[in-house]
Design a protein around this ligand. Structure first.
Ligand code: PLP
Length: 456
């Protein structure tokens, strides 16, 4: 038995909760490349961005210099309802694995959206409200972001229009009802309610939709409806900024007990939870104060970092959004029907892309059945049924802990447990029935996506 000097859960008091977000871009020598206007290929100006996003959020998107940004009082109040999120010492998992490694996870699943997405949803809804807007539009894939945004909008009295990827809309009727409980309107995408939706339906009749496609529809409605703006749940630098609350809390909790992690692991879809978790630690690394080993974990079926190209690309299928320079599989890449819905995005945050390109972070891809093996092992000892997305991080945390078992090293591992998997029981069922397969695209499969990259 290990000595248990560190509590199972490290909580912060309300006073110890962060009062500012941390903007890692301020400490980056190589700044992430700017968003480009797809028509002019020039950097997007504040004015141009403000046509799509709330003005304050557009400012945050362009802010590469301010390291700390005050969290408005109203947002801090909302955070206090479900935060601080606990930093849990995974004693039971360590015991089960018989590893000398010390494993911690930051659990973000303690709210109805079941994920970290509420951290940015409340911020984005707040700035929309401050600007006097009537409502916001967005897309959702697996449904966590749509749920989070519905919750934030209902709290602040804003209208919320969600375009939900059709396959999820049909497969996850309960998610849809959660959103409607919070007053959001939910439209399956592609739909006939938008021009871009009708065009996509014409070109691909019977398509089950994609995130890139739902984004195009949500943007079209936002720019054509008075008093509305578009909000996005990941990828953007403003979202990473809001999600820095995860890393700041984790760091404050670790500091309380003088714990310095060796390895920090997160799953990477658009990069917001990983970016948020590692930001304050990456800041220390960038400033030369400390060193950490960061690992981004992505599905082998949608390997943006490990097999993508670092290039300017469209963020959406309809090509209405600004161009972002990122590790991408191409906006024309159609991910396989992989269950980790929240990780099925062709691109990656430009902040993380730049950090990865600069060699400051490692990326690994993992196969689905291996992910569910880890998910189940974790669920059986730690009392939380993890989301498939989060389980990518669990997989690599267990792999690293097992390496420590071989070498006898007592490394400290921290990973982000982004959410719970109660709405993913179909995937768990497939796994239990032995019907889950691993899809790894061939180079040939990836080619059409790369061919769709714009020439800049
Ligand atoms: C959306 C989501 C993710 C992936 O999104 P990122 O922006 O990469 O963080 C991971 N886990 C859960 C539970 C999610 O809902």
């Amino acid at each position: 038995m290990k000595e248990e000097k560190i509590p199972y859960k490290i909580y912060l008091t309300e006073e110890e909760m962060p009062k500012q977000w941390y903007n890692v871009r301020a400490d980056m020598k190589n700044k992430p490349a700017p968003l480009l206007n797809p028509a002019t290929k020039q950097p997007m100006t504040l004015e141009e961005l403000s046509g799509v996003f709330c003005t304050e959020l557009a400012k945050q998107e362009l802010d590469d210099t301010n390291a700390y940004i005050d969290i408005p009082e109203e947002i801090r109040k909302f955070y206090k309802m479900y935060r601080p999120a606990p930093l849990v010492r995974a004693y039971c998992l360590e015991e089960k694995l018989q590893t000398p490694a010390k494993i911690y996870y930051k659990f973000e699943g303690n709210n109805t959206s079941g994920s970290h997405k509420l951290n940015s949803a409340i911020a984005q809804a707040y700035y929309a409200k401050e600007q006097g807007l009537k409502g916001v539009t967005t897309e959702t894939g697996a449904g966590q972001w749509g749920t989070a945004l519905s919750m934030a909008c209902s709290y602040l009295g804003l209208d919320c229009k969600v375009f939900m990827v059709k396959v999820s809309y049909e497969q996850k009727p309960f998610r849809r009802e959660v959103m409607r409980t919070y007053g959001a309107s939910v439209t399956p995408s592609p739909s006939t309610t938008t021009e871009v939706g009708r065009k996509i339906l014409e070109e691909h009749p019977g398509t089950s939709g994609s995130l890139g496609c739902a984004i195009s529809e949500a943007v079209e409605v936002a720019v054509n409806t008075e008093g509305y703006r578009y909000v996005l749940g990941s990828v953007l630098s403003q979202v990473l900024l809001h999600q820095s609350i995860i890393g700041l809390e984790a760091k404050a909790a670790l500091d309380k007990y003088n714990i310095t992690p060796d390895i920090i692991i997160g799953c990477a879809g658009g990069g917001s939870n990983l970016g948020g978790l590692i930001s304050p630690f990456m800041g220390e690394k960038l400033r030369g104060e400390k060193d950490y080993h960061f690992i981004a974990v992505e599905p082998a079926s949608c390997p943006s970092l490990t097999r993508g190209k670092y290039a300017y690309d469209f963020c959406d299928t309809g090509k209405v959004c600004p161009l972002a320079k990122m590790y991408t599989l191409g906006s024309g890449f159609i991910p396989s029907a992989n269950h980790a819905g929240g990780l099925r995005y062709h691109g990656m945050s430009s902040v993380l892309s730049q950090l990865y390109d600069d060699g400051l972070m490692e990326a690994r891809s993992v196969e689905q059945t291996k992910v569910f093996e880890a998910a189940e092992a974790f669920a059986r000892v730690e009392g939380i049924l993890p989301a498939p997305e989060s389980s990518h991080a669990i997989r690599v945390a267990i792999d690293e802990a097992m390496k420590c078992k071989e070498t006898g090293e007592e490394k400290t591992i921290v990973f982000g447990l982004t959410g719970t998997g109660y709405f993913d029981m179909k995937a768990y069922e497939k796994f239990h029935n032995g019907e889950m397969t691993d899809y790894v695209p061939t180079d040939e499969d990836l080619k059409p996506g790369f061919d769709s990259l714009p020439v800049i």
